[in-house]
Design a protein around this ligand. Structure first.
Ligand code: FES
Length: 226
């Protein structure tokens, strides 16, 4: 006995509709995406949006202080009559408000001196922060020098380094006179030629190629000449 189905395979195949092989597999003819692929892409996109919603605010919160400069502060430190051209007077000012005593710093202020080719109508404010590692320097009138007690750094009358390990002159503060009062503004650093540049941290050189090797932080203010 023989099975008619097996006996005539060509008759069986002619009775079935033969679909073309999908290319690529899983796609119907004319499709560019399978439903599975659509769900995969959509879920990945949603996952990306959810991750960005969590991560981006945290990154922004962490990095914002690095780039936000804050408000420019000016503070009156005394009447113009309080300052002389031949000596300094120490003053206290708030550099970072809102953190109490920790936000205060000191500066030495004097009137401009013709001896150093300065305008007598301007006022010079020199920071007490040593340019080596940041110890507070002290002005010694007998020597007309600034002396650092930590590692023996010495600066001359106008704040230029003349001895010890400091890498640059002492920083300055911008000054102005309003209604007969001397006001101190943002800090700035200077090169060995006393050219004003943006504030650098202690230990950082200024001038020449050092300006690029030790770039200023974005939060620092432009120096007075620019
Ligand atoms: S911190 Fe002033 S000399 Fe070192």
């Amino acid at each position: 006995m023989s099975d008619s189905k097996n006996d005539n395979p060509s008759a069986e195949s002619s009775s079935r509709t033969v679909l073309p092989d999908p290319e690529p597999r899983g796609y119907f003819e004319g499709e560019s995406l399978t439903r599975r692929k659509v769900f995969v892409v959509a879920s990945q996109a949603l996952g990306g949006v959810a991750a960005a919603a969590v991560v981006l605010p945290a990154v922004g919160f962490a990095l914002a202080p690095v780039f936000s400069r804050g408000e420019e502060r000016w503070e009156a430190v005394g009447s113009t009559d309080d300052f002389l051209p031949e000596t300094y007077r120490q003053v206290v000012l708030t550099e970072t408000p809102g953190i109490g005593e920790a936000g205060k710093t000191t500066a030495y202020v004097r009137q401009g001196s013709a001896k150093y080719e300065e305008d007598p109508a301007e006022y010079i404010a020199i920071s007490t922060r040593c340019a080596h590692l940041g110890c507070p320097v002290r002005y010694v009138q007998a020597a007309t020098n600034f002396i650092c007690p930590c590692h023996g750094g010495v600066y001359d009358f106008i704040g230029k380094r003349i001895g010890g390990p400091p890498v640059r002159p002492l920083d300055h503060f911008q000054t102005r006179v309003i209604d007969g009062n001397v006001e101190l503004g943002p800090r700035y650093s200077v090169t060995n030629d006393l050219k004003a540049v943006r504030t650098r941290d202690p230990g950082e050189f200024t001038g020449g190629i050092w300006e690029y090797l030790y770039p200023p932080r974005p939060t620092t203010f432009p120096p007075p000449s620019s």
